[in-house]
Design a protein around this ligand. Structure first.
Ligand SMILES: [Zn+2]
Length: 140
């Protein structure tokens, strides 16, 4: 790992701890009995998340990424982990918890524009739609 990348990863982890988004993610994991382990790039990764909401295969709160899938399935999808890692960076850029209302507003805006909460959502687009498993409609 390059030293500038390592520094950026440490800075993101420190920001998301200080802005309380990572502690909130750990609280969600504990409240839902989702087991977490240390992941790549300073992420904390949980597997087997069970509650019905949010309706997503994975979601990120601070540096905590919670997957519905098990560890073997997630290990086979490094692009999805990279996508969620970009969301962790977005939390740091948004100073933590303000990410949540900003993301919800962007999802609503996307829903109004194209009928899908992710395809025109700038947070999802910047995180990489294909990496996140979203199918982008073909443009004529
Ligand atoms: Zn995403």
């Amino acid at each position: 790992m390059r030293s500038d990348h390592r520094r950026a990863v440490r800075l993101r982890a420190a920001c998301n701890m200080a802005n309380l988004s990572t502690p909130l993610g750990l609280l969600v994991a504990a409240a839902t009995r989702t087991r977490v382990v240390r992941g790549p790039d300073g992420l904390i990764v949980g597997f087997g998340y069970r509650p019905r909401l949010p309706k997503a295969g994975a979601f990120t709160v601070g540096n905590v990424v919670l997957f519905r899938a098990g560890i073997a399935d997630v290990a086979a999808r490094p692009r999805l982990v990279a996508h969620e890692s970009r969301h962790a960076t977005q939390y740091a850029v948004c100073l933590g918890l303000p990410f949540l209302p900003a993301y919800l507003a962007a999802a609503g805006w996307s829903l109004l524009r194209c009928g899908h909460p992710a395809l025109r959502n700038p947070f999802e687009v910047r995180a990489g739609l294909a990496d996140g498993g979203y199918r982008t409609p073909r443009r004529p």
